[in-house]
Design a protein around this ligand. Sequence first.
Ligand SMILES: Nc1ncnc2c1ncn2[C@@H]1O[C@H](COP(=O)(O)OP(=O)(O)O)[C@@H](O)[C@H]1O
Ligand SMILES: O=C(O)C1=C[C@@H](OP(=O)(O)O)[C@@H](O)[C@H](O)C1
Ligand SMILES: [Mg+2]
Length: 180
Amino acid sequence: MQALPNIFLIGPMGTGKSTIGRLLAAELRRPFHDSDHEIEHRCGCGIPWIFDVEGESGFRVREAEVIDRLTSLEEIVLATGGGAVTSSTSRQYLRERGVVVYLSTTLEQQLRRTARDRNRPLLQGTDRRERLRQLMAEREPLYLSTADLVVSTDRRSPRAVVREIKRRVRRLQNPLEQDA
Ligand SMILES: Nc1ncnc2c1ncn2[C@@H]1O[C@H](COP(=O)(O)OP(=O)(O)O)[C@@H](O)[C@H]1O
Ligand SMILES: O=C(O)C1=C[C@@H](OP(=O)(O)O)[C@@H](O)[C@H](O)C1
Ligand SMILES: [Mg+2]
């Protein structure tokens, strides 16, 4: 069977990119990277600190650098942050260097899954529903134009989502392969 290419997960906050990416990498026995964790690791500080001190634009510069570095690796699974696709250079690297999977879900699920979070500055001190809706309106065309596959994570366990990603990436690699 052909080796699977890099798999890059994109999509809005709370769709499960970090959770599903880690699980998918473990199942495929591949290195897992999360661009948010890498940004924090390099900086030695948290994402809220970066937004406070450098603003969102400072965070985006760091994010684009990290996406360039991580997408240059091979045979990895990468979970990106929800806003990574706002950089045209990052979109290009994602498309050129692996299979891009857009994880989607409903606004209600996003609200539930980010309810107790304090680590996503764009959702602090604001009407989260309105904010998530607005971000989705701005970014959905970018998710769709960057993705090779769209996979829903709504009302499905991370394990079920991982199964679907594996199956559909394999099918994309070899359209004639039958499902097991
Ligand atoms: N398929 C799923 N079903 C239910 N909860 C999920 C699912 N995927 C992720 N979660 C939960 O949602 C929250 C956000 O997930 P996370 O992986 O951080 O999303 P993202 O990286 O896309 O922002 C976490 O608490 C996680 O446990
Ligand atoms: O949508 C965004 O702009 C962001 C999403 C976050 O990642 P997750 O999508 O993993 O929550 C993180 O990168 C940062 O808070 C900004
Ligand atoms: Mg994440």
